[in-house]
Design a binder for this molecule. Sequence first.
Ligand code: ATP
Ligand code: MG
Length: 399
Amino acid sequence: MLPKPFAAAKPVLEQIEKHNYKAYFVGGCVRDLLLDRALGDIDIATSAPPETIQKIFPKVIPVGIEHGTVIVRHEGESYEVTTFRLDGDYSDKRHPDSVQFIDEIDKDLERRDFTINALAMDLDGDIIDLFGGRADIEKKVIQTVGDGYKRFTEDALRIIRALRFTSQLGFTIHPKTLEDMRALRGEIESLAVERITNEFTKLFAGVHVNRAIEYLKELKIGNYLPVFHKHTDLIDAIPSTMLPLCSFGEVISLFHLIKPEVSIEVWVRQWKVSNKIKMEAQQLLKAYERYQKNGLDLMLVYQLDPGYYDGFVRLVNVMHPKSLTTDEMASVAGKLEIRSRTELAINGHDLIEMYPERKKGPWLHRLIQQIEAEVAAGNVKNNLKDIKDWIKWNPHAID
Ligand code: ATP
Ligand code: MG
């Protein structure tokens, strides 16, 4: 019987099989099913070529068609469907130079990184396990499919992926695999940075992040990573109170707090992180600075995007264990007079009416900013009368 979490994806496999091609659930979703872990994405492997998948399904996004991967949209869900393939060399350290589509799943499973990820499951829920993946899941061990030295030479990202899986799953790394990782760790330097950042984002978010950090230290992986290779003490300086950090913005904020001479701009540039992550880190650090000076006050909570509250709590608790809770954040947020400037009881028009003799100019913007700060900080109530009174008693505000 097909396990429940796969029910919504079942029609996709059925549809492919109806056209006389083979199709399986594959990789992380089968692993996570056996671990009783919440499934991430459901990936599908098939003997059907990508062009055929495009014909079979009405909504297909050709995300990586040259490597045999398309996304099938079905009932509001996305499924990555990849044609069985053999990989050529990875000379650009990003993608295999060539791929060869094949008819059977065996060789497709053989190209996969770790035994725990080289599992496939058919429509009946029967699992294909050619490399002892199930046993490794039971033993909680990560080991490569085939010779590690060869597999890490093909793609050194697998070294980082092994560490990422230790963090997510709490598994240990098989001694031989670990030895091969040590031998080839220098190859990490030639990888495209975005691939590294992607895996490290998951690594730092893993429940067992401290286990991964122990491996990072043991293997001295920092020597081969952007920024860390210049600051070789950084990984050792991660506090023993480290917690899973759900966003890379939190991660670079933490490293900036540990080593303030490395600016956020340097992290952003060298790890090629997005502008969104950069802005998150800047907000978190601004809030953190204020927290150190004033504790958790209204202004801190006002200025911080509510989407970052949880991340801020995590960051504070890594630096000062168990010192802040999300409930405390929520309770202060509940006391805010306003959530944004647009909620102010006074606006530019009101102020111009109050001072008809004054020309429009920068004074107006400055005044609104000051009123906003006073109201947000809880010094002035958010109503017209109280705000007008405040202006009267603070005549310098309109200078
Ligand atoms: P997650 O739950 O984080 O999505 P995952 O195991 O599904 O974990 P993905 O990065 O989504 O990991 O990759 C899907 C599958 O593709 C893996 O399970 C593995 O079988 C294979 N795979 C991915 N990257 C590589 C790689 N660099 N080398 C070999 N196989 C890989
Ligand atoms: Mg996946």
